[in-house]
Each structure stands twice: as C-alpha cells, then as structure tokens.
Design a protein around this ligand. Sequence first.
Ligand code: HEM
Length: 141
Amino acid sequence: MSNITKLYTVEEASKHNTKQDCWLILDGKVYNVTKYLDDHPGGDDVLVNATGRDAIEDFDFVGHSKSARELMDTYLIGELDPSSIPQQEDKATTTRHQQQKDQVTQKSQDSSAFNYWFISLVILVISVIAGGYLYFPSKDQ
Ligand code: HEM
C-alpha cells in the first residue's frame, strides 16, 4: 500500500481528463490511471468520463470486485485537498432550505393570525345571539 503524502486540489486533479493523461478522484483519493486505461475491463471511455469529480458512486454502482479494489492502490498518487472542494452547492442548498423554512414560518404565522380573528368573530356572533335571547326573550315563555 502506498503512503499518501501528496495533496491535490480539485482543479489540479480535474486537468488530467484525457486518454493520454487520466486522473480519477475516488472517495477523496486521487488515482493516476493513465497506464491502466487499455487494461480496464470496463473500457477507457468510462474512466475518462469519470474525471473531474469524485466518481466513487459510479465505481461502487458497478460493484467492483475485491481484486479491483486492491488494484486501485497501484494507481494511488495522493489525496484531494478538502479545502479545494467547492462549497457553492452546499451554500445554495442551505439558502434554499432557509427560504423554505422562512416560508413555512410565514405561513404558520399567517394561519395563526387568521385563527385569532376567526375565533374572535365566532365569539362575537355567539355573544350577539345570546344577548338577543336575554334582552328579547321569546313571547312563549
Ligand atoms: C482505479 C480505478 C478502477 C479500477 C482499478 C477498476 C478496475 C476494474 C476491474 C478489475 C474490473 C473487472 C470487474 C471486477 O473485477 O470488478 C472493472 C470493471 C468495470 N469498471 Fe472499473 N475500475 C476502476 C474505476 C472505474 C470507474 C471510476 C468506473 C465508472 C465510472 C468503472 C467502471 C467499470 C465498468 C463499467 C466495468 C465493467 C463491469 C462489467 O462489465 O461487468 N471502473 N473495473
């Protein structure tokens, strides 16, 4: 097993995206698979298409064998620098979640205000009817 010492940015790792120079990012680790392209049983295109992003989900989806996982170590050249991983999507997601939360809070506040006025109106109507019976009792009694 190789020692992992070198850190690469996503940008640096993503530059190697051709059949002459192909690096993969798998679970935060960086692999130079250029020499393996011709031997990969799944073909070279699939590997070149998996560059520029962490392709561990694709790798796992294929259901690679134990020996395939052991083979990976041969091509390991380093790890991804975590600070280089773009956070934009997370920020956008957080903002979207906050907006959704705000909308729910706003709706619940609107509905509380409506309930307050509705209940007040019902009490008022009941009071008027009850008052009517008290001041104008039925002639039968
Ligand atoms: C260093 C990385 C990789 C190594 C060492 C590797 C190795 C292998 C090996 C040994 C096989 C034969 C089947 C097995 O033993 O599981 C295989 C098949 C395959 N691999 Fe990879 N692979 C790597 C990355 C990837 C990636 C990133 C993808 C997809 C995005 C991929 C897609 C496939 C496909 C589609 C097959 C064919 C499966 C089949 O026909 O049943 N591989 N790989």
